[in-house]
Each structure stands twice: as C-alpha cells, then as structure tokens.
Design a protein around this ligand. Structure first.
Ligand SMILES: [Zn+2]
Length: 90
C-alpha cells in the first residue's frame, strides 16, 4: 500500500487501515495521519482517553464531541496552526 506523508510525525509512513467510522473526516484523517500516530491518539490508554478524562467529556453531547474533534485535530497537526497541543500528563 502506498505511504502517506504524516503531519504529526512529519514522515512518510503507513496509512491508517482501520475503519474509523468518522464520516467525512475519515478521508482527511487518513490522508494526513499515519497509523502509528493514530494509535497514539486512539489506541488503548491513548491521548484521546486522556482528553476525555481531562475535560470530563460526555460523548453523548454534541459540544463534547466538538471539543474532542478540535483536540484531535490539534494533536494530530491536521490544521496549519501554531497551536501546540497541551500535554496534560506533565
Ligand atoms: Zn505519523
């Protein structure tokens, strides 16, 4: 399978092969983020879990899902911004 250039790690790497069930966003994630970095976000004990706990997000709420999406985009460097992801583990 062709490699993609991952924005998060800034390397050419293997694309995500999982089905993410993210609708429109899925194609964008798969174009910009490699499997390894995705695992850092969504894998067991990953950053996504940390964000949900930190913000006490109830994913039944639309606003909570929007917050999570913003955090994801920042963490995975999907947007061309200077914003640095705040790592709450430190
Ligand atoms: Zn990567």
């Amino acid at each position: 399978m062709a490699q993609i250039h991952c924005r998060k790690c800034d390397k050419d790497s293997d694309p995500i092969t999982d089905n993410l069930f993210m609708g429109k966003l899925e194609a964008e994630v798969k174009e910009k983020v490699c499997q390894t970095c995705w695992n850092e976000w969504a894998g067991p004990g990953g950053t996504k879990t940390m964000v949900i706990n930190e913000y006490q997000l109830n994913l039944g709420d639309e606003s909570a899902r929007a917050t999570l999406k913003t955090q994801m985009r920042t963490f995975l460097k999907m947007d061309d911004t200077e914003t640095e992801f705040k790592d709450y583990r430190h």
